[in-house]
Design a protein around this ligand. Structure first.
Ligand code: SAH
Ligand code: MG
Length: 218
């Protein structure tokens, strides 16, 4: 947790209740240590979706489908969501959940299997474009994904990136970071520097959940 726990707990008491089917999927994810979006991140995401009203969402990092199903519940009926996952075990759970009749908006979602970098390049080839991208996969790869994501993001579109502050350690000096974590520390700093200094983007980094960056393509 980056922000004082008491404050986050308080803010979360003000948040909307999840519908029962999403609440039980959230519980299942937490029990199995699946790193799904935190409560405060859910609030931010739902706010952004209401304001921006996207019609074509791309998600990188499905896990078991929680955030995709969450987005499906917070978008207009004509919105479509494409989500990418590569890990076999996660894909089994994701397919099960994304086909589960409990979730009334599941038909908005299509699951693409494979390594995101490869799938993103395919989507670029197919000239696909999106007005909202939720990036929530392996942090070390964010920098590698970025050029493809920029090609896929429409002008006026929004890129929302999760887990950018790594429990706050991204702010620490590189010398205080264990050798094992130095590459990821450097890569995340490079990613944050790039999105905040690129001509075509307006970005803001928020200490919400595990750190969320919001970028608007001008
Ligand atoms: N968005 C989900 C959580 C995603 S956790 C939610 O909030 O409900 C991150 C997921 O990204 C993991 O399941 C991991 O397997 C997947 N992932 C990591 N690197 C990936 C890659 N290169 N290609 C596809 N999926 C990847
Ligand atoms: Mg995340």
């Amino acid at each position: 947790m980056i922000v004082n726990e008491r404050i986050v707990d308080y803010i979360n008491t003000l948040g909307k209740e999840l519908p029962p089917e999403l609440l039980s999927l959230e519980k299942e994810a937490l029990e199995n240590n699946v790193p799904i979006i935190k409560k405060d991140t859910q609030g931010l995401l739902s706010f952004l979706l209401q304001v921006h009203q996207p019609k074509n969402i791309l998600e990188v990092g499905t896990a078991i489908g929680f955030s995709a199903l969450f987005m499906s519940a917070n978008t207009t009926p004509d919105c479509r969501i494409t989500t990418i996952e590569k890990v076999a075990m996660r894909l089994v759970e994701a397919e099960k959940n994304l086909n589960d009749k409990r979730f009334p908006n599941k038909d908005k979602i299509s699951l693409l299997k494979g390594d995101a970098l490869v799938v993103l390049k395919d989507l670029v080839q197919e000239k696909k474009s999106y007005d909202f991208i939720f990036l929530d996969a392996a942090k070390a790869q964010y920098m590698a994904f970025l050029p493809e994501l920029m090609k896929l993001l429409q002008q006026g579109g929004m890129l929302v990136t999760d887990n950018v502050l790594q429990d706050g350690t991204v702010a620490n000096s590189r010398y205080s970071i264990t050798r094992r974590d130095r590459t990821i520390h450097a890569r995340m700093r490079e990613f944050l520097y790039t999105i905040t200094h690129s001509e075509g983007l307006e970005s803001v980094i928020l200490p919400v959940g595990d750190g969320v960056a919001i970028s608007y393509k001008k």
